[in-house]
Design a protein around this ligand. Structure first.
Ligand SMILES: *[C@@H]1O[C@H](CO)[C@@H](O)[C@H](O)[C@H]1NC(C)=O
Ligand SMILES: *[C@@H]1O[C@H](CO)[C@@H](O)[C@H](O)[C@H]1NC(C)=O
Length: 347
């Protein structure tokens, strides 16, 4: 029994030893962008493998072959694969480009500025051979025909041109034949959609005869129609105050600009007492003429009953209305001067 067992052990050892002494290589580790042909799971000592660079990568240096050595290690390769680059793109006239890199598989996006259209590919890609997929696009201006001209008007171009086509941005200034008035945009140009901007109209503008104002007068007497931009001046009768512009103008719309008004003077509506006006005091019966102009201010006197002192309270004439402050008390007709708030100590 024992001899046969030891024989078996010897046989097993004999089988095992050659296997362990002859080592194999695993898959070689590959650097960035590297490739190899006929990948196997295991390689025997002496096996030779040729490394290469993948599409889009170019070899820079070093030998390409590695050998599986008896110790189960691959020899070192100094091959390096670097990404291929495409040429640096030129700037796009009247447009923009967007890109992050110019290496294999990078893309460039192109766009054109307003008023320009893109001719060609809007996106190009850097291919494995280091060439761009398409030539760069161009931006060509939008074109328009000739501008619309208003009846009884014309356009004066910004610069000379011939033919029946204009390009984006080209423009001019419209004019109307006098006495017609230009209503709308004075400027016109070829716009982004290939059409000219909306032309103006040439119209005859008249305003009906201007109307009088109360308590005032106009500098004209003829009741005729007036033309665009004609003016009329207004004035006010004595003691009346002009509120608003002195002059009105016939507008594009055929209406007059806002008319002024003549504001009415005020009467000081108290029978007795003293007032303060323009820094001076007056007994009302001596205030002649009893009249202050629109916008002017005067004061009446009120009594502080607790402190037994007088004080002036001001009020303003607004278009014929002068509100007497509520604290004012009209003295009786047999009043004693010395007791009036205007005559006693002031607060
Ligand atoms: C190009 O445009 C595409 C689609 O709009 C976008 O996904 C991509 O990020 C753009 N590329 C660059 C480089 O801007
Ligand atoms: C522009 O003029 C050319 C000849 O000069 C003519 O063939 C063409 O039809 C014209 N185009 C327009 C839009 O009028």
């Amino acid at each position: 029994m024992a001899p046969s067992l030891s024989l078996l052990l010897i046989c097993l050892l004999a089988l095992y030893t050659p296997v362990t002494s002859k080592k194999e290589c695993g898959r070689p580790s590959l650097g960035d962008g590297m490739d190899l042909e006929g990948l196997q799971r295991v390689y025997s000592p002496g096996d030779v493998v040729v490394l290469s660079c993948k599409q889009g990568y170019s070899p820079t240096s070093g030998s390409r072959t590695i050998i599986c050595t008896a110790s189960g290690q691959w020899t070192k390769s100094r091959l390096k694969c670097s990404t291929k680059s495409c040429s640096f793109p030129e700037a796009l006239d009247h447009g923009d480009m967007e890109f992050v890199d110019i290496v294999y598989q990078s893309t460039i996006n192109y766009t054109c500025h307003e008023g320009y259209t893109l001719q060609g590919a809007s996106t190009i890609e850097c291919l494995h051979d280091g060439q761009w997929s398409d030539p760069p696009p161009t931006c060509t201006p939008v074109t328009c025909g000739l501008p619309p001209i208003p009846k009884y008007g014309k356009i004066v171009y910004d610069s000379k041109f011939t033919g029946n086509m204009t390009v984006f941005g080209f423009g001019g200034t419209y004019e109307c034949f006098p006495p017609l008035v230009l209503i709308g945009n004075e400027r016109g140009s070829c716009s982004t959609n290939g059409d000219w901007t909306e032309p103006p109209e040439c119209k005859l503008v008249t305003c009906s005869a201007p109307t009088d104002i109360n308590n005032g007068y106009m500098n004209i007497h003829d009741k005729r129609e007036y033309g665009f931009k004609e003016t009329v001046r207004y004035g006010c009768n004595i003691d009346y105050v002009l509120d608003g512009p002195v002059e009105i103008e016939c507008l594009q719309t055929g209406d007059w600009s806002i008319k002024p008004a003549c504001r009415v003077p005020c009467k000081v509506d108290i029978k007795r007492g003293r007032i303060l006006y323009n820094g001076r005091t007056f007994w009302i019966k001596d205030f002649e003429p009893n009249k202050i102009s629109h916008g002017e201010v005067l004061s009446v006197y009120c009594m502080n009953k607790e402190k037994k002192c007088g004080y002036a309270v001001s009020t303003q004439c607004i278009d014929g209305n002068l509100k007497i402050p509520e604290c004012f008390e009209e003295p009786s007709d047999k009043f004693n001067d010395d007791s009036l708030p205007s005559e006693i100590a002031q607060c």
